[in-house]
Write a protein that binds this ligand. Structure first.
Ligand SMILES: CCCCCCCCCCCCCCCC(=O)SCCNC(=O)CCNC(=O)[C@H](O)C(C)(C)COP(=O)(O)OP(=O)(O)OC[C@H]1O[C@@H](n2cnc3c(N)ncnc32)[C@H](O)[C@@H]1OP(=O)(O)O
Length: 237
């Protein structure tokens, strides 16, 4: 791929030939699944202290192979496909993310429709989701709706109304659609309900997204978009 990675263990031999992107994605997803199981079970764990310490030692050991080759902040993950919408570590949808539910999104009759179940790791009030997690899910599905409508942009405003708490370990449904386009500004609305009661809105949000001008895009993302350009900042994490 022509990428240079920041190798933590510089005494180790060079890595073998890169496996195919598909194989790396499958491995990333496998690790993500294991990590999600770990964080959920940790959040729900009532195991005795010695078992938790044993687990901590095992996790520290598991970190070593994962940490051998690290990308910098300015490097897009080699398994991602930005234009194709593949973000393996996206914190909401990414199969490789330890903190993503993950939310599954599809387009149904022009609306972005998402499904997920939140575990105890997302708990705010006992038994219910933290309000920031609801906002995270809504921001993502609003962004998805604007993107599939052909108006990708960045969130500049997110107004969230919490009508009822979002229950954990309960299948949820999110829906979002674009409701207005005004030049570079796009407004979209989204809701969270349970799957079993899709008419009872728990949380709703209106998001304002702004399509970036090319100079804004260059200023914010130039380092990641042009990895081969001479850019001293690219060496920094
Ligand atoms: C087909 C393939 C499908 C594939 C499927 C892919 C799915 C893929 C899903 C991804 C889903 C990710 C969803 C997460 C999305 C984030 O989380 S984005 C991260 C969070 N957001 C940010 O960090 C943005 C931070 N803000 C900024 O950097 C700057 O505000 C921006 C965005 C560069 C805009 O610059 P600016 O100077 O603030 O605004 P400017 O360009 O001058 O203004 C444009 C207009 O917006 C207005 N505006 C700007 N800010 C505001 C505001 N806060 N309130 C009201 N109006 C505002 C301005 O007044 C102006 O209005 P007009 O004068 O034109 O009427």
């Amino acid at each position: 791929m022509g990428r240079s990675y920041h190798t933590i263990d510089s005494t180790s031999p060079p890595p073998p030939e890169s496996p195919s992107v598909e194989d790396r994605r499958a491995a990333i997803a496998e690790l993500g699944e294991a990590l999600r199981t770990l964080v959920e079970q940790a959040a729900a764990s009532e195991s005795p202290a010695d078992e938790l310490r044993r687990a901590a030692a095992l996790v520290r050991e598991a970190t070593i192979p994962v940490g051998k080759q690290q990308r910098t902040r300015g490097q897009i993950p080699s398994a991602d496909d930005l234009l194709g919408g593949v973000r393996m570590h996206n914190p909401v949808c990414g199969d490789g993310s330890a903190i993503a539910p993950p939310l599954r999104v599809e387009v149904v009759e022009g609306k972005a429709v998402g499904t997920c179940t939140l575990g105890l790791v997302y708990e705010g009030p006992p038994m219910y989701a933290h309000g920031g997690i609801s906002a995270l899910l809504l921001d993502q599905i609003l962004g998805y709706a604007t993107s599939v409508a052909g108006h990708p942009g960045m969130t500049v405003r997110l107004d969230t109304q919490y009508r009822a708490p979002v229950p954990l370990r309960t299948p949820l449904r999110l829906a979002a659609e674009v409701v207005g386009v005004d030049g570079r500004k796009v407004t979209a609305r989204a809701t969270i309900t349970t799957e079993s009661e899709p008419d009872a809105v728990l949380v709703e949000a209106t998001g304002l997204f702004v399509a970036l001008r090319s100079d804004q895009s260059e200023r914010l993302f130039g380092e990641a978009l042009h990895p081969d350009a001479s850019n001293p900042a690219a060496a920094h994490d």
